[in-house]
Ligand binder design. Structure first.
Ligand code: GLU
Length: 295
């Protein structure tokens, strides 16, 4: 799997935006952060993470490529789109299902919220703030699963994290932070995460991990908000025999009020800055390009 797309030597980094809105300064900062860590002799790749068909738009993909190029970001090789790789993610889900590491979960969001509230002893929230699934459907017998699926009940596929941890064996699971050394991580804190559901047939956690392996990424750079969930990526790597890249996490850009820049909150887009006459150099400076690498 690791050599499926482009085996390569040296540091290989990538920028992997989700085209759900216009690019803002945070994207420019993150893209250049990744590119700088591949320089001078490595490779910097661009991947479009467009698995959420309801929110991703072709227009945003086109604008993303154009805006990044205008800002002066240069990537190697072809741009990979996750929407074209669903068959590969499905194969991984089949492997995990055959190994009994994945199970169908029929719970709705409101059922999960109620179950979590009732399960007083278990931790309610994962490190990323999401609810920890209490495992209700984990123990359903095979006949019930088959009957409910045959009846057309919608379901998600969840990773049985306890079983997966048992399978990879003893010893702490760690990832290597390139600038800090080994970090012990805890997939159990996330509970049985969703790897696929009806509207999004493969989850961010699965696709990002599989593609980093397939593209031979040796250094994953991403925002600090994704540090904790790296635990799930490390678990998937161990389960699938994918190599473990190094990691670096950069701070997220915030507005004057200290709020993280976000497409949803209408952070000023690169396109708007460009149309207002800002130069690419001024946009890079506003994104603190160069500063994040130091800090
Ligand atoms: N596609 C993810 C995002 O836009 C980032 C992927 C990653 O770096 O893990 O937030």
């Amino acid at each position: 799997m690791a050599s499926e797309l482009c085996p390569s030597r040296g540091v290989v980094t990538r920028f992997a935006p989700s085209p759900t809105g216009p690019l803002h300064l945070g994207h420019v900062a993150a893209g250049f952060f990744a590119a700088r860590h591949a320089a001078p002799s490595g490779r910097f790749l661009l991947r479009i993470e467009d698995i959420d068909m309801r929110r991703c738009r072709q227009q945003f993909i086109d604008e993303t490529l154009e805006d990044l190029a205008w800002a002066g970001l240069h990537w190697s090789g072809a741009v990979i789109r996750q929407s074209g790789r669903m068959g590969l993610y499905r194969e991984t889900l089949e492997v995990l299902t055959d190994r009994d590491l994945v199970y169908p979960c029929f719970c709705t969001r409101s059922e999960i919220a109620r179950e979590v509230a009732e399960a007083a002893s278990a931790p309610h929230h994962a490190p990323d703030g999401s609810l920890v699934y209490p495992g209700t459907c984990r123990s359903l017998d095979a006949a019930t699963r088959v009957r409910r699926i045959a009846a057309g009940e919608p379901y998600a596929l969840r990773l049985d994290v306890r079983r997966a941890m048992a399978e990879i064996g003893d010893g702490p699971l760690t990832f290597r932070e390139a600038d800090r050394g080994d970090v012990v991580c805890d997939p159990l804190a996330f509970g049985d995460v969703v790897l696929a559901r009806r509207d999004i047939p493969a989850s961010y956690n699965l696709c990002v991990t599989q593609d980093d392996a397939a593209q031979g990424i040796t250094l994953v750079t991403r925002g600090e908000d994704l540090r904790d969930v790296t635990a799930i990526h490390r678990l998937l790597q161990e389960l699938m025999g994918w190599p473990a890249p190094d990691y670096m996490f950069h701070p997220l850009l915030c507005d004057a009020m200290g709020r993280r820049l976000s497409k949803r909150d209408g952070a000023l887009s690169i396109r708007a800055m460009r149309e207002a006459g800002m130069t690419a150099g001024a946009v890079r400076a506003a994104a603190g390009v160069g500063l994040l690498s130091e800090g």
